[in-house]
Design a protein around this ligand. Structure first.
Ligand SMILES: *Cc1c(COP(=O)(O)O)cnc(C)c1O
Length: 429
């Protein structure tokens, strides 16, 4: 496989972009090698600058759930663009988007659109603090809620991938207001809420974690979080930036049947455009400006191109619930066959899967929190990643990321992926 154009582009990029990339995980730093520069994508396939074709398991980190360049979505964007790309004034499309989201997701009376998942989570936390009058928040180790200061404490995703222990630039004051405990560890959580009684505004959680690989909530974990929050007067925030509209039309709230007070969205909600949102119960959301004094704003919030891409994507998902069954079937098929192929090699492995999220850890123990994810053999993951890439399968370039299936993937693509895994494992051990 030739990647000489990507290599040239990466050298050139590093002259004017920090590390040659606009988001750290893209740089392949933890897996080594040169990142591929992408020229175009269609359906389940990515094409790089050297015209190599890859089966895509990143799906832009989730948004491209219908596959790339979906005809209806592209057409909607084109038509909308003819009427200008931004106004900075309200549009009917934003009402339709909000109404559509409310018809799909539980517990959303009011919803505010923003331009990224980071913005959504950071605004939800501000609102939780403003509403409760309390300062501290609890997050779980290895969960990622975007790059706002409050969340860069024991964070997953690129922070874990690059093994950054504490982020310079985040002040001690801010860091001290973020309390952390291990995912799935209810005892530690109880202790934390006791130690900081009446100081905790919110617990924020990825209901299915995707930023330390895919990690499932243990049965009862989210239910227990709900009851702790009820008992202690703490808001429960579900960060559904990954899980929203992916696990079900109503995301993890619907799929796992636990209600959150506030929910944040991103990724799928924008259909590949920069969109995020946070929403929840009216009595909380009405504290946001201009109704209340918790200030939050955005020049490009509710941008018409972003809205039409998201709206069209969500509408397709809402009207075609079978997509969720198909996605899950494909993911289970992949899981079961990867399982079979891995077993043949006798390499210790763990495959975690939930809905259309899946990941592989080279581990001989269960992976259900950050510590167990971090103690897996990530050197072997590195080799696996490159062996797969060479065979035309593009996995996320880090063991601390979930894979995302898109519905353009065919049985043939999955079989190729399984075959590639079989060959790759033989090559790397
Ligand atoms: C990606 C992600 C974010 C941040 O979203 P951006 O759009 O990258 O700012 C927040 N929370 C979760 C769970 C995510 O996966």
């Amino acid at each position: 496989m030739h990647t000489s154009k990507s290599q040239q582009l990466f050298s050139r990029a590093q002259q004017s972009i920090p590390g040659g990339v606009n988001s750290p995980v893209r740089a392949f730093k933890s897996v080594g090698g040169t990142p591929l520069f992408i020229k175009k994508a269609k359906g389940a396939y990515l094409y790089d600058a050297d015209d190599n074709k890859y089966i895509d398991y990143i799906a832009s980190w989730g948004p491209m759930i219908l596959g790339h360049a979906h005809e209806e979505v592209v057409k909607a964007i084109q038509e909308q663009a003819l009427g200008s790309t931004s106004y900075g004034a309200p549009t009917e499309l934003e009402i339709e988007m909000a109404e559509l989201i409310k018809s799909m997701a539980p517990n959303i009376d009011l919803i505010r659109m923003v331009s990224s998942g980071t913005e959504a989570c950071m605004s939800a936390i501000r609102l939780a603090r403003g509403y409760t009058g309390k300062n501290k928040i609890i997050k779980f180790e290895g969960c990622y809620h975007g790059h706002a200061d409050s969340f860069l404490v024991k964070a997953g995703s690129g922070v874990a991938t690059l093994n950054i222990q504490s982020v310079p630039g985040v002040t001690l004051g801010v860091a001290n207001d973020t309390l952390t405990c291990a995912y799935n560890d209810l005892k530690a959580l109880e202790k934390l809420t006791e130690e900081h009684k009446n100081q905790v505004a919110a617990i924020i959680v990825e209901p299915v974690a995707g930023n330390m690989g895919c990690i499932l909530p243990q049965p009862g974990f989210l239910q227990e979080l709900r009851s702790i929050c009820n008992d202690k007067n703490i808001l429960l925030i579900f960060d559904e930036v990954m899980t929203g509209f992916r696990l079900a039309p109503g995301g993890a709230q619907e799929k796992i049947k636990v209600n959150a007070d506030l929910v944040t969205y991103g990724k799928v909600i924008g259909g590949g455009m920069p969109v995020g949102a946070f929403g929840g119960k009216k009595k909380i959301m009405e504290h946001i400006a201009p109704l209340g004094s918790v200030y939050q704003a955005g020049t490009l919030s509710g941008n018409p191109i972003a809205m039409i891409a998201g709206y069209t994507t969500l509408k397709i998902l809402k009207n075609n619930r079978h997509i969720y069954h198909e996605l899950e079937e494909k993911t289970i098929y992949l899981r079961d066959n990867l399982h079979r192929v891995f077993l043949e090699t006798k390499i210790p492995f763990v495959i975690n899967q939930f809905g259309s999220m899946i990941s592989v850890h080279f581990s001989n123990h269960a992976v259900n929190d950050f510590a167990s994810a971090a103690s897996a053999n990530n050197e072997l993951f590195k080799k696996y990643f490159h062996a797969m890439l060479k065979r035309g399968v593009y996995l996320p370039p880090s063991a601390f990321e979930s894979w995302f299936l898109n519905n353009a993937l065919t049985r043939e693509d999955l079989d190729k992926t399984i075959q590639a895994t079989s060959e790759s494992l033989k090559e790397i051990i």
